[in-house]
Design a protein around this ligand. Structure first.
Ligand SMILES: Cc1ncc(COP(=O)(O)O)c(C=O)c1O
Length: 434
């Protein structure tokens, strides 16, 4: 035995080629790469209005006091061991009561599965419902479906969407591809666009899923499922009780996996608590799968979340505060960009409808700065960062291949004064463009 620390070279001849095909093909998060670049600019003392990450800065968006106190209390009470792998019963029951109270849907507790945020539940949904070679359809842009499809060996079927239809697929588009699809992934309000899907469109899509599954049942084929990601539902600014697939079309309930989480709704991205609602048979297998991954939410957080979800007054008050803080920032950005547009600059922004995101378009293709021509979204992103100190994420990071100048602006990490300063720098940078 020696008490000296040994330094071991772990590189050897191990490189990417030593890894599995799956690992070699994984594309890391584009948003995190851009965010790291911005951190180094900030460290170098440059003023940056960082509109990149889909996270909340706790100084700008603190989580509810009572939730935080609940976590402390649960830890002190000794809830430091493993929770049941499908979630503590109190939270599964509380999530069912919450869904009934807030969204008007009665849910049996066997349908509720708790995990460490929405991500593991999305992964489990894909792995539970999709075989390699099955087709998964999702709008582009949308958050991470391309990556989950890759991890499952699924054939991705990106559905191009347009501003005209609020960046959501239209029913006819879905109906045309549904016979080939195993999983349809929808999210409203949508990350990255901050726009909501019309209830009429959602209803028509749900009816199409039911009709398709009637046909498949007759032929003895496996059904198509709907992954309905509603982690932003409480951040929909104008709809107190947003519609859900099962609320609109009860027959679609068995084929729907609905996702909810406290990450965005309670500005609690670091606490890691989410839950899914699905047919008991689906839930049971998702639970088995996640049990092996160990992706459960920490027990103290689960207990505190259960208490918070059961407090309608605290939830409603916090929701109002979130709306006010998000509106303040998103409206400032939206109005600032529209003002630049009215001054003749080729920028536009979509009126925010929910989430922490704003869609904006910088149609700067062909413009020049210092002799350099802007040709791609990446050129535009760099220009905004280097010349205006504004960090944005192009829609390419959300699976879009079209180069059309659309980007996501996220306000969860910025103070109002930082947005004001960023808009001034932007106006000056646009004036410098040739
Ligand atoms: C649409 C959507 N679903 C799920 C998630 C992941 O949520 P969680 O932090 O609970 O894993 C995100 C995170 O940005 C998201 O935008």
């Amino acid at each position: 035995m020696t008490d000296r620390t040994q330094t071991v070279d772990r590189r050897g001849t191990v490189d990417d080629a030593s890894l599995s095909r799956l690992a070699r093909g994984i594309i890391g998060s584009e948003v995190l790469r851009i965010a790291a670049e911005i951190r180094s600019l900030i460290a170098a003392g440059q003023p940056v209005c960082n509109l990149t990450v889909g996270d909340f800065d706790p100084r700008e968006f603190p989580l509810p006091d009572s939730l935080l106190e609940g976590v402390h209390r649960a830890l002190r009470a000794g809830h430091t061991n493993y929770p049941p792998s499908n979630g503590v019963l109190e939270l599964r029951q509380a999530a069912a009561r919450f869904t009934e109270r807030e969204l008007g849907l009665a849910v049996p507790v066997e349908s509720v599965l708790v995990a460490g945020g929405a991500r593991p539940l999305i992964y489990a949904t894909y792995r539970t419902l999709v075989d390699p070679g099955d087709t998964v359809a999702f709008p582009v842009p949308s958050w991470n479906n391309n990556h989950y499809a890759y991890l499952t060996g699924a054939v991705p079927l990106p559905l191009p969407v347009t501003r005209e239809h609020d960046f959501h697929p239209v029913p006819e588009q879905v109906e045309a591809i549904l016979p080939r699809v195993r999983l349809l992934a929808l999210c409203t309000p949508l990350n990255p666009t901050g726009t909501r899907m019309s209830p009429a469109a959602l209803e028509q899509i749900c009816r199409a899923v039911v009709a398709e599954n009637r046909r498949r049942e007759e032929r003895g084929e496996r059904p198509v499922f709907l992954l309905f990601d509603q982690v932003y539902w409480s951040l929909d600014f104008d709809t107190p009780r947003p519609p859900t697939p099962a609320g609109l079309v009860p027959e679609v309930a068995p084929y729907t996996v609905a996702l909810d989480a406290i990450s965005k709704s309670l500005a609690a991205t670091g606490l890691r608590v989410g839950w899914s609602i699905a047919a008991p048979a689906v839930t049971a297998r998702m639970s088995d799968l996640l049990g092996h991954v160990g992706a459960w939410a920490p027990k103290a957080e689960q207990i505190a979340t259960a208490e918070f979800l059961d407090d309608p007054t605290a939830f409603a008050a916090f929701r109002r505060t979130m709306h006010q803080r998000l509106h303040e920032r998103l409206d400032l950005l939206h109005q600032g960009l529209e003002r630049l547009r009215s001054q003749g600059h080729p920028v536009e922004a979509v009126k925010p409808e929910g989430t922490l995101y704003l869609s904006a378009r910088f149609d700067l293709f062909g413009r020049r700065l210092g002799g350099r021509e802007l040709r791609t979204n990446e050129d535009i992103r760099r220009l905004l960062l280097e010349q205006a100190g504004i960090g944005v994420v192009p829609f390419q990071a959300f699976g879009l291949s079209r180069e059309d100048g659309w980007v996501r602006l996220s306000v969860g990490g910025v103070a109002v004064v930082a947005i004001e300063a960023g808009l001034e720098r932007l106006a000056a940078a646009l004036r410098r463009l040739e």
